[in-house]
Ligand binder design. Sequence first.
Ligand code: SAM
Length: 356
Amino acid sequence: MSKFLNKIVNDDALEMLKIIPSKTFDLVFADPPYNLQIGRELKRPDESKVSGVNDKWDQFKNFEHYDNFCKAWLKECKRILKDNGSIWVIGSYHNIFRLGYHLQNLEYWILNDVIWKKNNPMPNFKGTRFTNAHETLIWASKSKKSKYTFNYQSLKCLNDDLQMRSDWTFPICNGKERLKKNGKKVHSTQKPEALLHRVILATTNKNDAILDPFLGTGTTAVVAKKLGRKYFGIEENKKYFNAAEERIHNTNVIEESYLDTLENNRSKPRVPFGSLVELGIIKPGTSIFDQKKKNNAKIMADGSIKHSSTEGSIHKVAAKILGTESCNGWTYWHCNIKGSIKPIDSLRQMFLNKNI
Ligand SMILES: C[S@@+](CC[C@H](N)C(=O)[O-])C[C@H]1O[C@@H](n2cnc3c(N)ncnc32)[C@H](O)[C@@H]1O
């Protein structure tokens, strides 16, 4: 196994990235410094201190300094991504526009921006602006040509059979998951595991290799390990690195047989039954029937079907006959195709295979 897999290092990302061979990773998840430019210490109305991001690692001299830093690591990440790989970057209004600009300049291909809506955001204590209740993630493939991974069906399933949208709601990292030492947060921006779970499940497969160049407390590596993916993380701060190492060590992998993702069927183009009627592949007035030939229906010119007093789509009428919520009309209904009785799905397949 490559020395850059299932390992984390306490090092500077810019130095470390340079020595990783090209095309090593399937996915990069980067949660870089935000460059928040916080001046004075933030206090609540009762004068207690707000534990925001005023860490040294987040401080840059000016925008130019920050831009040069981002260009350098994004360029290296592109080099070490496989051709069909993709990258996620996460940030706030302070840095996400700059990151998007550099991604496009470097000829990554932006696929989506995703809003992570926090259902428990930190209030705007001064009351001078809107509560900043979200962060933005940008998902981009290595190039326009990349055949990137997108587990569409799994995400749909995660979302109760509705297509997954680009606005995600998760709480900020809290409770047992939040690493603390002597009652104080170990890291000011530890990300919730649920967020990484969705990212990793959506855009990688089992055994894929994931890089996080700004690992912090190790959230990406922990979720990657749980989900049977390989990980490599870089973190320059020793305290965070140690916390990440311990956390990864204590993480159990989900049993291999539970890690399969649903197969995508987007490669199969959708053909509505009505199109077969429009194209004259099946003619209005044709009889279709169930396998036992107990029920039959007639095809109408608009692609609907009629069975005694019931009319509607091939699926609706079949469901009505069976007394069920739904039914796949493509396999319920049959017809005579060149002298043999076959499900009407065969007509669709013949059409797709250009055999008609
Ligand atoms: C926004 S935090 C990442 C938090 C992480 N996602 C988590 O869940 O804990 C950014 C991290 O990048 C680290 N960092 C900043 N500059 C770095 C550099 N040049 N090389 C490596 N790590 C760096 C910081 O120490 C900080 O922990």
